[in-house]
Design a protein around this ligand. Sequence first.
Ligand code: COA
Length: 322
Amino acid sequence: MAIKICGTGSCLPKHCVTNDDLSKIMDTSDEWIRSRTGIESRHLVTDETTTFLSVEAARAAMQEAEIEPEEVELILAATISPDYVIPTLACEVQRELGAVHAVAFDVGAACSGFLFALNTAYAYLKSGQYKNALVIGAETLSKMMDWEDRSTCVLFGDGAGAAVLKDVPGEEGILSLVQGSDGARGMVLSCGGREIHNPYVKTERKLSYVQMNGQEVYKFAVRTVPLAISDAVEKAEIALDQVDYFVLHQANIRIIESVAKRLHQPMKKFPSNLQKCGNISAASVPILLDEMNRKGMLKKGNTIVLAGFGGGLTWGAAVLTW
Ligand code: COA
């Protein structure tokens, strides 16, 4: 039994914002953003919703996987920026697709969300409970940014990516998965929910925005991601040198360079799109995977590592055969 990614899709909002565009509305510069992160531009929603981006990505993935909406059995949406708290993004996608036989729910693990959703889908398929799954990572984080906090808002973008997982007998697919959490350090990257407010406790109702201690998150990422990848590779019983591509969460090119160095692997194995997309949290890994797939970079039999990390703190990695 092999649980395999049989189709990918992605969708970015049409409005592209360059670093120079941002420097016109806040005290920043292309040089500052580019030299510290590698980011040159990002796409931000204007009239697109998280649901719209997800459905576009899902349709593309389903087309490649040759699966009709009525055949989809499980929809998992990884997001921290759904359009509604209720209904969930996954249920919104189910409605839009007409995936009437699917069970749908969201997975919240911030920038590791896609890896956590992939792991959840894998477990369901492996147990035999469902035969296929549509796994989505989608964010419209621009609505959760404090646009007066230049140290954070310049880093993020909006978009969605999707993958269809199927149980394909006689083939290889996902070889290993690892995931982890460290809630004790969670407040280095946070966004508050609603304050307590009821007839007995009155609070001033205010919106919360993403707050980040960038240097602490950076240190966490460069220490944890190489360990998670090494762990997943060992569990898959392969050597690091056998990996063709490492598809990492696209937060910062310096983080990716540091991970490559710590794993003694060349940067050419670490494709990136953060230059044009910024950090799209749960959507970054499936969007990059789809771009590589559409460019024809992924050949049957390739060994690929996916890795995510971020808020929670959380991290996850997967090894798969394409
Ligand atoms: N434009 C210009 N200056 C900015 C700025 C911006 N957008 N944002 C912050 N600054 C200023 C600060 O005010 C500070 O100025 P000061 O030294 O006068 O107080 C200075 O730049 C901070 O610079 P520095 O210490 O060099 O920042 P850094 O090297 O730590 O880089 C990050 C900041 C956020 C790019 C870096 O910490 C990082 O990438 N962290 C990881 C974040 C991440 O990836 N999070 C998501 C994980 S899922």
